[in-house]
Write a protein that binds this ligand. Structure first.
Ligand code: WT7
Length: 628
């Protein structure tokens, strides 16, 4: 194996022996030189009702299309496809609730549940192309409902259960959802988050929603509006709800889901993914990077409400016929060994989580994981933000017992699937996701679009299309062009800055736009600022991220009060709670500082970098655009 620079972890002989791809360079060479042929080969491992006319249609850039003319269905490929193999009786999903209650679904059982859910949706008038919003905790009905939508060609839009009234309201409106699926509540650290009550508030102003399907989870009393709200469990058990539901033969380019994510404006944008290309991308990346086998028990600890959950709890694993585990609660509830206990109990072989969770658990010390037998693990994964080498090494040594390669996967809601990621046979460097997935061509460029030299920082771009790429921003194709394709024509702008070392390994530095990564969650500074100014005492506000030991970044805010409003500690707390109520707990600011002015450009844009530099005691750099 070629000698690499810096601190390198080479794969063990055992890992190499078992690896599906032993020669990464060879696969990469093939995929790069024959890109459409590579993806076509991957697509041919799945089932299509009829094949494509074209693998890639780039006649209307940047609106790329994949597998055009083909008919397929991703839910059929996730479930039905396995029913005529031994996987029919294989466990598809193990689930454990925060209270320790357990549920298990074979592929056969999951298929049945999905079909019934699909028939319930149909009975509520959901047709192909209609949007269905989900707002719930981590319970099996979430993946089941998503797959039910896919099965009938409806479009799911999952809103993370940690978001609050305004976020849910905006997403219901923007997507014009016909049905909202919500749980009565969600368990969280022994308490109950009243999801239905929050939804009721959001529904007051969401005119498109005709029916609300309520999933019973906590059993707490909720308000049920007659004619609009129905208990899922009541409907699904009606004799007219058949356990068979014909699959909709959709076009490869038919929409599969919308997923809202934060950008530079106050309004989150809906990333649109389609059935065929997304299916090929998640299938192939999951297969190669996690190198999954039928013996594996895979656990992605993310929430299905984020793209990680969409691609690597729901679609990627099921497309591969894998056995997954899903857990409802928090990592350290009731004790910091909750995760380690479940790894032991279920014999988890692959664990995929985020740096913020690793740092959070690391803080409790080695004794908690050391009390458990973690020897079933063979592979670890990381996603969401750069992993600091200290956390990487702890994960590798204490959880992986120096035996498990760590797949640090860089990707985005927009990319649908892994973009920079290793495979088990690839030598690793702590903190780097190694190189782009085979066939994906990336670069790091300067302001003018010229590639920078090795180890220099620049803008991270992607130079060729890939099947699971976003197709557009729903309802806003101009913004799609503007945000991703206009800085450098022909190149996809990721919004991240990065450097590439002499071995071609990529090192992500951070976002270059006004997006913050807080505990791996993506938040726009503008969303926090608009929540603040929606409070009656606030005139102007600015939000910045400052380094935080566990969260990666923490939100710090600066507020100008309206004339006559008194500054006080109570008001600062009220404003923090206000942001949590409007956006969600994850957006609650660390602190609120009252100021008299904010640094602005002459055109009136808040210069957040000046605030940040000041807070960190650094040189604010070029101030030529700062107003007097
Ligand atoms: C942004 C995308 C992709 C699933 C979860 C996040 C950051 C993501 C990594 C990583 C360094 C990472 C980037 C990216 N990011 N993974 N392995 N190393 N940074 O999806 O919410 O759309 O956020 O997350 O900044 O642009 P997302």
């Amino acid at each position: 194996m070629k000698k690499l620079t810096g601190e390198v972890y080479y794969p063990s002989e055992k890992t190499l022996d078992n690896a599906r791809v032993k020669n990464w360079d060879e696969l990469n060479k093939f995929a790069t030189e024959n890109n459409t042929e590579f993806w076509e080969k991957e697509a041919n491992e799945l089932e299509w009702f009829s094949k494509w006319d074209k693998v890639l249609d780039d006649s209307n850039k940047p609106f790329y299309k994949w597998f055009t003319g083909a008919k397929t269905n991703i839910a059929y490929n996730c479930l039905d496809r396995h029913l005529h193999t031994f996987r029919k009786n294989k466990v598809a999903l193990y689930w454990e609730g925060e209270k320790g209650d357990c549920r298990v679904f074979s592929y056969f059982a999951l298929h049945r549940e999905v079909s019934k859910f699909a028939n319930v949706l149909k009975s509520l008038g959901v047709n192909k192309g209609d949007r269905v919003t989900f707002y719930m905790g981590r319970v099996p009905e979430l993946p089941i409902g998503m797959l039910a939508c896919a099965r009938i060609g409806a479009v799911h839009s999952v809103v993370y259960g940690g978001f609050s009234v305004e976020s849910l309201h905006e997403r219901l409106e923007d997507s014009h959802s016909k049905v909202l699926v919500v749980s009565d509540g969600a368990f969280q650290r022994g308490k109950i988050v009243p999801l239905k009550a929050i939804a009721d508030e959001a529904l007051q102003r969401a005119a498109s929603v005709e029916s609300v399907l309520v999933i019973k989870r906590t059993g707490e009393a909720v308000n049920m509006e007659e004619g609009r709200d129905f208990w899922y469990q009541d409907l699904v058990n009606l004799p007219i709800i058949n356990a068979k539901c014909p699959v909709e033969e959709v076009d490869s380019e038919d929409p599969l889901f919308l997923l809202y994510t934060s950008g530079t404006t106050g309004k989150p944008k809906a990333i649109l993914h389609t059935q065929g290309g997304y299916m090929v991308g998640t299938y192939s990346t999951f297969k190669y990077v996690f190198d999954v086998n039928d013996e594996d028990r895979y656990w992605c600890a993310a929430d299905p409400g984020w793209v990680t959950g969409h691609s690597y709890i729901v679609y990627g694993p099921l497309l591969n016929g894998a056995t997954s585990f899903m857990y409802e609660g928090a990592p350290n509830y009731p004790f910091p060994n909750r995760w380690w206990q479940m790894i032991e109990k279920y014999g988890i072989t692959i664990l995929y989580t985020a740096p913020t969770a690793i740092r959070g658990l690391m803080r409790f010390g080695d004794a908690w994981p050391n009390r458990h037998d973690l020897s079933s693990l063979r592979l670890l994964g990381s996603v969401g933000e750069p992993i600091n080498p200290e956390a990487w090494k702890w994960y590798h040594r204490v959880i992986g017992k120096n035996n498990c390669p760590i797949m640090d996967t860089w990707w985005q809601t927009e990319t649908g699937a892994f973009i920079i990621a290793p495979m088990p046979s690839v030598p690793l460097k702590p903190g780097s996701g190694t190189r782009p997935f085979p066939g994906i061509i990336m670069d790091i460029v300067d302001e003018e679009g010229t590639p920078v030299k090795a180890n220099e920082e620049g803008y991270l771009v992607i130079k060729n299309p890939w099947p699971s790429m976003m197709r557009t921003i729903y309802n806003d194709p101009d913004q799609y062009i503007q945000k991703y394709w206009s800085k450098y024509p022909g190149m996809y702008l990721t919004g991240d800055s990065a450097r590439r070392d002499e071995d071609g390994y990529y090192w992500i530095i951070g976002r270059t736009d006004d997006v913050l990564k807080v505990s791996g969650y993506r938040l726009g500074t503008a969303e926090i600022e608009s929540a603040l100014v929606s409070h009656h005492s606030v005139a102007e506000a600015a939000a910045i991220g400052l380094p935080h030991e566990i969260k990666g970044n923490a939100i710090h805010t600066f507020v100008i009060l309206k004339a006559g409003v008194e500054k006080s500690e109570e008001l600062a707390n009220e404003l923090k709670e206000h942001v949590a109520h409007e956006v969600g707990k994850i957006a609650k600011p660390e602190d609120v500082k009252f100021v008299d002015i904010l640094p602005k450009t002459r055109s009136g844009k808040i210069m957040r970098r000046v605030l940040k530099a000041r807070a960190l005691g650094q040189d604010p750099g070029n101030l030529s655009t700062l107003e007097e």
